[in-house]
Design a protein. Sequence first.
Length: 343
Amino acid sequence: MNQSVSIGAERLERRMARGAAFLGAEVAILCGAMSWVSERNLVAAMSNAGGFGLIACGAMTPDLLDREIAATKALTDKPFGVNLITMHPALFELIEVCNRHAVGHVVLAGGLPPTGSIDAIKQNGAKLICFAPALSLAKKLIRSGVDALVVEGMEAGGHIGPVSTSVLAQEILPDVADKVPVFVAGGIGRGEAIAAYLDMGAAGVQLGTRFVCATESIAHANFKKAFIRASARDATASVQIDPRLPVIPVRALKNAGGDLFTAKQREVAQLLDEGKVAMGEAQLQIEHYWAGALRRAVIDGDVEHGSLMAGQSVGMVTKEEPLAEILATLMAEAAHALEKRAA
Ligand SMILES: Cc1cc2nc3c(=O)[nH]c(=O)nc-3n(C[C@H](O)[C@H](O)[C@H](O)COP(=O)(O)O)c2cc1C
């Protein structure tokens, strides 16, 4: 390593120190939980490479989560976390499973933490990470005892909010970055962007799309091929077709599955009209649809009719390679960018 690169690496290490210490990892980069993709193999590979892996609990039962955590522990002795969806009907049992395994970090996704969930997670000393979709909510979450935040913009793959990463980072980091570690997510494909968000006060970053084609990822070869072929403009957000049925937009690669989602929305909207389901149940049906469609693409390899959830950074995924190499590339790019900054 030459002198100039090592200055960059040193700066990077300094900027990541707080986030890395919070995670108990070498580097402050999380592999965001991705349903069906973020299972034992990818999670362990990420943590073994020095980053921080997260198991995507998704719709798993407590028993399945129990087994997934145990299997992940068998593959790594490094720290990793678990991502739970707030609307899961067995949320508190899932929290108990995490506590039993002494999981150090729990991420709550999909909405504000339900009453009692913060205490339930923190009672054994686990750290709680939540998504902050706006500054006011970031402040509220910090007041309620959340230990760290993820700020994720609409460039991301999967379920998205309406605001871009760059705007959210500018709005939220100056006010809260000194209070809790903030990890920026959405649209990050290269280390230069990581360096920029660290400079803005982020403690670290979370990437999903960039890690899907890791060699260790169990995603079907067809799923990986679709990622490698795609460019940013192929990763589009789903459209809400019925104003009465608010659906959270999902960013995915365009395919025939998009039409199936339109049909599903029509079907659920009609059930609502006929009074056969309540709004909560209607929305849960939509979420079940996504879980099934994602499984069809990730596990079965049906990239035509399944859901190819992917972020706009998908154009920067150009090949299948070991996770440690992806991480090393990101770190080298970030270090190089910081090396060019004035001392
Ligand atoms: C295929 C896929 C599935 C995802 N599933 C989930 C999930 O189950 N829970 C969650 O909180 N986020 C999920 N995400 C979001 C990621 O955890 C991560 O925050 C996001 O991918 C970061 O943005 P990027 O894709 O631009 O890197 C998913 C993303 C992708 C690409």
